[in-house]
Design a protein around this ligand. Structure first.
Ligand code: KG4
Ligand code: ZN
Length: 350
């Protein structure tokens, strides 16, 4: 008799994407993501609106995930959900939904850490890294270098001391008047720009931690001075019209140059981590791993340094339930279940 397959339903609702996925024995059968356009007009995610949109989206998204996978709810063996970190109101919508389903189907509940799931997105499809591997996880709220020793054993060896890489992209875009989230737009304009035209400072931090606040401030002054310098010189401040004209006339070069600096900060730390740990299996994960410049830089750096590099498929880079499902699957094999009293948390401690 063939062995019974394990079907996991996963829910992700930590920020502004409502997502559901089905995984069978570690293979993702469906991964449905509903974005929330409502935040664009506010220039950032509005927590209250995000929670409401999750309430509207969650049932249709789960239905579609089941339908696309050809799975009926009674065939589900466990329900995985994002427990932390994220916006608490958003997390609670997914958590309460998962708990209700677990109770009504009488199936186990699996609580998943969102950042651990971003890392494990690298295990979803071939080629998969072998253990131990390094992962640079870069999202809107986090920037971390993680050593992953086995699917459920990870250690953070470096992280940002101020802004996250995605935040640096989004803030730079906002200063240029681009809509939220600006990261993908900076990426798009950068493709036809000259990354060496404008030089932004690299922070001098000797350990494996990151800092993006200095680059952000330099970028602010650079725009205020209409490109004359990256330091504060009140006498150089350009008029609003001059600033706007400077951005309009040089957008691709400005985007390419700021993207180039953000990427070089990330890659230099990753190189350092590889030397210190001696690990040559290197992955990237998180929303910023969708950036075409970073994807190219990691491949080129990997070739030069004899690393094997891995990048998740596009749909598994930004927030998605597929990564929650694969993490849920490993936790299922390990029998790491939660009871209904498990509490959601906005905080990012592992
Ligand atoms: O992982 P994610 O979807 O959500 C969080 O957990 O934060 O990451 C979202 C971040 C945003 O800051 C967004 O601007 C950035 O990822 N991002 C990008 C690109 N696509 C998404 N940044 C640069 N280039 C991209 N192509
Ligand atoms: Zn994320």
């Amino acid at each position: 008799m063939p062995e019974k397959k394990v079907n996991i339903l996963a829910i992700e609702s930590s920020c502004d994407e409502t997502s559901a996925a089905i995984c069978r024995d570690g293979e993702i059968l469906s991964n449905i993501i509903a974005g929330q356009k409502v935040h664009e007009q506010y220039g950032g995610v509005v927590p209250e609106l995000a929670s409401r949109a999750h309430m509207q989206n969650i049932i249709p998204v789960v239905h579609k995930a089941c339908r696309d996978a050809g799975i009926a709810l009674p065939e589900i063996d466990a329900i995985a959900f994002t427990q932390s970190p994220g916006l608490i109101g958003s997390l609670l919508v997914g958590a309460q939904f998962a708990k209700s389903l677990s109770l009504s189907l009488q199936k186990p509940l699996i609580a998943v850490h969102h950042m651990q799931a971003h890392v494990l997105a690298n295990l979803i499809s071939e080629p998969r890294p072998s253990f131990p591997f390094l992962c640079l996880t870069v999202s809107g709220g986090h920037t971390q270098i993680v050593v992953c020793e086995s699917p459920l054993k990870m250690k953070v060896i470096g992280e940002t001391i101020d802004d996250a890489a995605g935040e640096a992209f989004d803030k730079a875009a906002k200063l240029m008047g681009l809509p939220y989230p600006g990261g993908p737009l900076v990426d798009k304009y950068a493709q036809t720009g000259n990354p060496e035209r404008f030089l932004f400072p690299e922070p001098q931090i000797s350990d494996l931690n990151f800092s993006f606040s200095g680059v952000k401030t330099a970028f602010l002054y650079f725009l205020r001075n209409a490109g004359k310098s990256t330091v504060y010189k009140p006498e150089q401040t350009a008029s609003e019209e001059e600033q706007e004209a400077f951005i309009r006339d040089n957008l691709p070069d400005i985007c390419a140059s700021i993207q180039h600096r953000i990427i070089s900060i990330l890659i230099n730390k990753l190189k350092k981590a590889a030397v210190l740990t001696g690990i040559r299996e290197v992955c990237i994960a998180g929303g910023v791993s969708a950036n075409s410049g970073l994807r190219q830089a990691i491949r080129e750096t990997g070739e030069k340094n004899h690393w094997n590099t891995y990048i998740p498929e596009f749909q598994y880079c930004t927030d998605n339930a597929g990564m929650i499902a694969i993490t849920g699957y490993y936790k299922y094999l390990n029998k790491e279940f939660s009871d209904l009293s498990v509490i959601s948390s906005a905080r990012s401690e592992w």
